[in-house]
Design a protein. Structure first.
Length: 150
């Protein structure tokens, strides 16, 4: 496990900046679907509300109770998700997971801002919190896509 100095470096100014300014941090009044996810390891929780139109996210809201890394992830996702298809969101989730767990490449645009979280690769106990928003959003858009085509 990396030392205390490395942990302090992990919380860069950019991560703290993102965590302090999360876009779309209000819940939606009339979401198409809502999903709440919790990290059992650290207790972080994220609730996302999603609405879709014409196969793309038309509205997004989130309530984030997470560490600065989870908040930074939610900030990047909140700034990028409107206008995305379910496939783009699930791809971003899979790419973020691969980046964290396998030191894979940064997620593709418009989620490439998640690169700021690359230093968290060494902190496996933080991965679940970082993945919460995209995990919840992926579940929500999958549900909406299935119900809209049924």
């Amino acid at each position: 496990m990396p030392g205390d100095t490395d942990l302090i470096k992990l919380y860069s100014a950019r991560i703290l900046e993102l965590a302090a300014d999360i876009p779309l941090h209000q819940r939606l009044d009339a979401p198409g679907y809502s999903v709440k996810k919790r990290s059992p390891l650290c207790g972080s929780t994220v609730t996302v509300d999603v609405a879709m139109k014409d196969g793309k996210v038309s509205a997004f809201g989130q309530d984030v109770k997470a560490c600065a890394l989870g908040q930074a992830s939610a900030s990047v996702v909140g700034g990028a998700i409107v206008g995305c298809t379910p496939d783009q969101i699930m791809q971003a989730r899979d790419e973020l997971r691969a980046m964290l767990k396998d030191d894979g490449p940064v997620p593709a645009a418009p989620f490439d801002g998640l690169e700021v979280l690359r230093p968290a690769v060494a902190y496996k106990n933080r991965h679940a919190s970082i993945l919460l928003t995209l995990d919840a959003a992926s579940e929500a858009v999958t549900h909406l896509a299935q119900t809209q085509t049924a």
